[in-house]
Design a protein around this ligand. Structure first.
Ligand SMILES: CC(C)(COP(=O)(O)OP(=O)(O)OC[C@H]1O[C@@H](n2cnc3c(N)ncnc32)[C@H](O)[C@@H]1OP(=O)(O)O)[C@@H](O)C(=O)NCCC(=O)NCCS
Length: 130
């Protein structure tokens, strides 16, 4: 996970961030290809609201449907936990992720100015009804 995280994000999660997620029992799905971690998604739910917290696919495994399948399965898990509305934040310039989420029914509901660091950039807030 750490290797993908550092490859994919300029401001990566630490090993401790992942450990905390596992220990709190949030939906955390890992895609494996030939014994290697190819991608992961981390979500979170509180009552009928959910959030996609993190999604990453290793560069060598992209455009094979792994990202879409991870998000679909995370949404199914959130639905099973009673979630009706899901939110997430994405860098405004992240066309690949925005296309993926829009294909899964997410739409823009807001912006958070200068939300990200390294480099500073706005977040687009996307939401979908389950
Ligand atoms: C975004 C990301 C998770 C997509 O993973 P992936 O496994 O390549 O995605 P998929 O193969 O399931 O693609 C699903 C759809 O997303 C869109 N998409 C994915 N990558 C794209 C790209 N580079 N350019 C344009 N659209 C893209 C397409 O609509 C694609 O459907 P298609 O292949 O039928 O055209 C991956 O590029 C990644 O890890 N990026 C860096 C981390 C990141 O941005 N995470 C999200 C932060 S919120």
């Amino acid at each position: 996970m750490g290797a993908i995280e550092r490859e994919v994000f300029s401001d990566p999660w630490s090993a401790n961030d992942f450990t905390e997620c596992v220990s709190t029992g949030v939906p955390f799905l890992v895609a494996e290809r030939r014994g290697v971690v190819a991608g992961y998604v981390v979500a979170h739910s509180a009552a009928d609201e959910g959030e996609i917290l993190n999604l990453g696919v290793a560069a060598a495994h992209r455009r094979h449907g792994i990202g879409r399948e991870l998000v679909e399965r995370a949404l199914a898990e959130l639905t099973a936990r009673g979630v009706r509305t899901v939110y997430l934040e994405v860098r405004a310039s992240n066309a690949a992720a925005r296309r993926l989420y829009e294909a899964l029914g997410f739409a823009e509901v807001g912006r958070r100015s200068r939300y990200y660091r390294r480099p500073v950039e706005d977040a687009v807030v996307l939401s979908a009804k389950l």
